[in-house]
Design a protein around this ligand. Sequence first.
Ligand code: GLP
Length: 240
Amino acid sequence: MNKIIVKSEEEGGIVAGDILLDLIKSTSKPVLGLATGSTPISTYKYLIKKSNDESIDWSNVTTFNLDEYIGLGPEHKKSYRYFMNEELFNHININKDNTFVPDGHTKTNEEASKYDDLISSKGGIDLQVLGIGTNGHIGFNEPGTSFDSVTSIVDLTSETIEANARFFDNKNDVPKKAISMGLKSIMNARKIVLLAFGKQKAEAIKNLFNLKPSLDWPCTILNNHNDVTVIVDEDAASLL
Ligand code: GLP
C-alpha cells in the first residue's frame, strides 16, 4: 500500500482530488466509487473549485456510492443521497442519472445485490474513494463481515451508531441498518484511495498497516489489493 502523510485535511483533499481529476481527464467514461461522512468533504470541496475554475467536464462520469441508511429516502436530509447532492453533485456538471446511491428502501439482500450487477454493467469501478470507521469498517462493513460479501443489508454496531450520532439531532434517530457495498464489491475496484484524518482514526490506520487480513478489522482486506493509496494526516498516522 502506498502511504501519503499530509499536514491537513485540506491538503489531503487536494491530493485525493488530483488523483480523481487525473482519472477523469484521462478516461473516456470514468466510473468513480464515492464515499460519504466527514472525511471526503475536503476532497469534494477541492473538486468543485477545480471543476468550476477549469471547466472540467463531468458529463461522461458515472458514480457509485458505497452505502445508504435503511429507511432514509433521497429526500431525507440525513440520507447519503442528499449528502452527495449537496456536497458534490449539485455543484458540477454531472448528469444525475449517472450517479448511483444504494436505495435506502431496499427490502431484501437479493434486491441489494443487484447494485453489484449495475456496477458490472457500467464496466466496474475505476477508482474507489474510501473513508474508514474507528472500528476499521469500510463502507458499512462492520467487524466480522465476510471478505466475500457483496452489496447487502447490514446491521450497524453501537460504536458506529455512536460515531455517526453527530450527524443527527438525536442518537436515537441514527438508523440501525444500512445497505452497503460488500468487501468483495469494494475490492473489485481497479484502484482504491483511502482517506483518514484525526486521532480517532489512528488505531484503525495502525491495524490497516500492521495486521494481516483479519475479519476483526475489515479494512485489513485492502492488503490483498494491488493498488491502494492511503492518505492520512499526522494524527491518523500517529501510531504508525
Ligand atoms: C461512515 C460511512 C463510511 C465512512 C466512515 C467514516 O459510517 N459509512 O463510509 O467512511 O463511517 O466516517 P467519517 O468520515 O465521518 O469519519
